[in-house]
Ligand binder design. Sequence first.
Ligand code: FUC
Length: 679
Amino acid sequence: SAMAIVSFRKDEVNYERKYFVSYPDSVMVLKFTADRPGMQNLIFSYGSNPEAIGDIKTDGPNRLLYTGRLKNNQMKFALRIQAINKGGSLNTTDGKFIVRNADEVIFLLTADTDYKLNFNPDFKDPKTYVGPDPDQTTLAMLDAAAAKNYNELCERHKTDYTQLFGRVKLQLNPHAPMTLQYPAVTDLPTHQRLARYRKGNPDYRLEEIYYQFGRYLLIASSRPGNLPANLQGMWANGVDGPWHVDYHNNINIQMNYWPACSTNLNECVWPLIDFIRTLVKPGEKTAQAYFGARGWTASISGNIFGFTSPLTDENMSWNFNPMAGPWLATHIWEYYDYTRDKKFLKEVGYDLIKSSANFAVDYLWHKPDGTYTAAPSTSPEHGPVDQGATFVHAVIREILLNAIDASKALGVDSKDRKQWQYVLNHLVPYQIGRYGQLMEWSTDIDDPTDEHRHVNHLFGLHPGHTLSPITTPELTNAAKVVLEHRGDGATGWSMGWKLNQWARLQDGNHAYKLFGNLLKNGTLDNLWDTHPPFQIDGNFGCSAGIAEMFVQSHDGAIHLLPALPDVWKQGTLKGIRCRGGFTVKEMKWENREFQTAVITSNIGGTLRIRTQTPLYLNGEKLTPSVQEVSDNPLLQSQSIRKPLIAANAPVCIPEYAQTYVYDIETNAGNEYILTARNQ
Ligand code: FUC
């Protein structure tokens, strides 16, 4: 219900306090009740903020207004609160509410700043990011909320929230004898359950909750028209905080959005898209000034005022990351790939992707031998400065592939497409080093004992899609060596990343190990991820990774149960979205084996399914398809081994699980029932 409820008993009276924040009504609602009349005796005040110059004053008979400016950037803010009491008295003096002997009190709280998203900032105008006066906007919001009664506000909030949250359901081992073994486990407070889990007691419900909590946090912190989730999501209780509560573009903001599309929260990506749009104009200046390049870029950290330039006062080997821009731009393609919303691609997405690909092309060094390499380049936050860091090439591969696919989808820019393809074909290839590892830099200097938290060079494995057990088995084995070297520990978000990467390696048990490590060693008692300190990206990374254990769709097929760990023997999952415009409406497995899935085709087209089990469609045995992933341009450019798929035979790649691949022609709006047996 996205509602916080506190209840307590004092002097024989049962008190209850309910809190929620409503997106449709832009209001926070607090309701204080008791099971006896006249028990609400409260003083409500709003402590002023030392980092602001502001004023709290009485605003009419039942309202307070706190308004002012932040000291550091002069941003204007306003906070308006209304108290509504039943019975007793309400006194509003000196910036305080004093409630005496009321039966019930409801507080409505609205807040806003004068910040304005600006996709086309005028660099000479100091007010370019200044919008409507929050004194006015909060007044309008509060008047509108106050015109509705509590039940109406509550219903509107619940409807809004549940239509997003309710799209996905996960049940793990629903019949496991948990309740018998631990009669009251689901009644325990979260921190006690976590303590039990840390000692090695299984708690599948807690695992489900952690997965869904990531979705809850995204719904709560990233809704259309607002700013994207920052390093603390939005739960920073001060003007400043760790890393200035900023947008870190080296992985953190990107990780915040990993679960968005797959866990059926496409709308939650819009704030990220808007944020990216604010970076483009300033990012064009940065691209031109620092690199003489077309297009736009960003750097290690960004803000909502278009900051895109590299940091200059620190050591370049960790802070130089002009690929932050292209990495962000891959999220635009990702959003399109899930939704297949052509209008969005045409009107908003394509230009962002195209200009980012052009930046990547211009940034590369066209060497005398005809190859393209990134010089200078770094593996973010992990030195040294190199002539061809693997991460940079991997991001460039991704954005070029995105630009090629996007231009094909719209039927535009065939000339540019040829250039992107040419550069892609001539990019310095991935290299395997002396330990069998995927090399992080252009020379074989990797240290197998280095457990650095950033696994940048595996970008192509995850979040990218140029490495996969199916399309590039040798390179993927080399990626596995890297993960083995890096170990299973590290900061919260790093474990979240490695969880996704192990899932992409189709190693469910290892992915589960990372999940366990994150819950045991990288999670605070309220289930927030900790770096330490609290940093929200790990929550999102982990929810995304869990989805990857059940369904993957990055390498040309929808792979059902690619990385199921031994412990999750039985389960059901509903509502996972896949690239290409499909939804796994529901899926069921038993004894670790796929049983059934219902797939909805949202826009029609070929549904390519991969499983470890031969499949029936609507009761008819399916024939495996002849060749997989024939249209991955990298297959030509990288001389990567093509998957071994013979007609009418299961795919079998020795290093990885045996899989079957089927192509099913679908119609928009139809459902396709796949079963492991002739049912
Ligand atoms: C990146 C990470 C750090 C931290 C910071 C906010 O720079 O390398 O570990 O998470 O972002």
